[in-house]
Design a protein around this ligand. Structure first.
Ligand SMILES: Nc1nc2c(ncn2[C@@H]2O[C@H](COP(=O)(O)OP(=O)(O)O)[C@@H](O)[C@H]2O)c(=O)[nH]1
Ligand SMILES: [Mg+2]
Length: 232
């Protein structure tokens, strides 16, 4: 069983460790390249902004953009527009075209698959199919197994939904524990769904739950509530 408590460091720390290990493996002058993928509204763009801030250079906004990594170095990010919902049919191939063109243009060092916590039951199979396809595609071109990090996003939406902030953790410790249990269950479910995918499983190096909502909530005219959790 996947053990969340054994790797309970926040996303940024875990991501930086991975990025730095790449720099050792590869030519260290190379800027790390990360593809964020998942379905529309999974929370990719919000997460990228929460972790990397805003882009510092943009050469081609369709594919790769340069950001400042939390470790101070540069990182190139491909914020993929999103897997189309399979039920919509039709456009799926067009969307893959964009993804494949971006991968052809520059070799990714990490894939981050974003799956909404509330959808780990429903949508995950198709997401994993897509991820498998992408990993195969990249491997066929570059002949390397690119690591995959799965990010379980929007964990603040899990039950109990009214528990979100650090203050809530202090005021409602029992409910906070209940929420952590549900987050743990979501992560385990993702793990259970991937461990028999023989082609993909070896590529998955981490499963990290987060909440990355950055908009402030204005209560009595004050901006005091952030929904970020496990980012840094
Ligand atoms: N509650 C909550 N909402 C989020 C979070 N991350 C993103 N969202 C919202 O989900 C919607 C889709 O997010 P976005 O980042 O645009 O998804 P993308 O299509 O994958 O890039 C937006 O309305 C975001 O404000 C989160 O961690 N918690
Ligand atoms: Mg987006």
């Amino acid at each position: 069983m996947y053990n969340l408590s054994s790797s309970n460091k926040p996303l940024v720390e875990r991501l930086i460790i991975t990025i730095q290990s790449l720099a050792c493996d590869n030519n260290s002058s190379k800027i790390p390249k990360i593809v964020f993928l998942g379905r529309k509204a999974a929370g990719k763009t919000t997460l990228i902004n929460a972790v990397f801030g805003y882009r510092v250079k943009s050469e081609d906004t369709t594919y790769w953009n340069t950001f400042r990594s939390p470790d101070g170095n540069y990182v190139e990010i491909f914020d993929y527009i999103g897997f189309q919902d399979a039920s919509l049919g039709g456009n799926q191939n067009n969307h893959f075209d964009i993804l494949e063109q971006g991968i052809r243009l520059k070799q990714p060092d990490i894939f981050c698959l974003i799956i909404k916590a509330k959808e780990v039951n429903a949508a995950i199979k198709e997401d994993i199919n897509c991820m498998e396809h992408v990993v195969d595609f990249s491997r066929a071109i570059y002949n390397v197994r690119t690591p995959v990090i799965i990010i379980v996003s929007q964990c603040d939406e899990l039950d109990p939904p009214y528990i979100k902030t650090f203050e809530d953790r202090i005021s409602y410790p029992q409910e906070w524990e209940e929420k952590l249990e549900n987050i743990n269950k979501a992560v385990e479910l993702v793990y259970e769904q991937t461990k028999y995918r023989t082609k993909l499983y070896l590529s998955i190096i981490d499963i990290i739950p987060v909440a990355s909502y950055t908009r402030m909530h204005y209560k009595n005219g004050t901006a005091d509530t952030s929904f970020q959790w496990n980012i840094r």
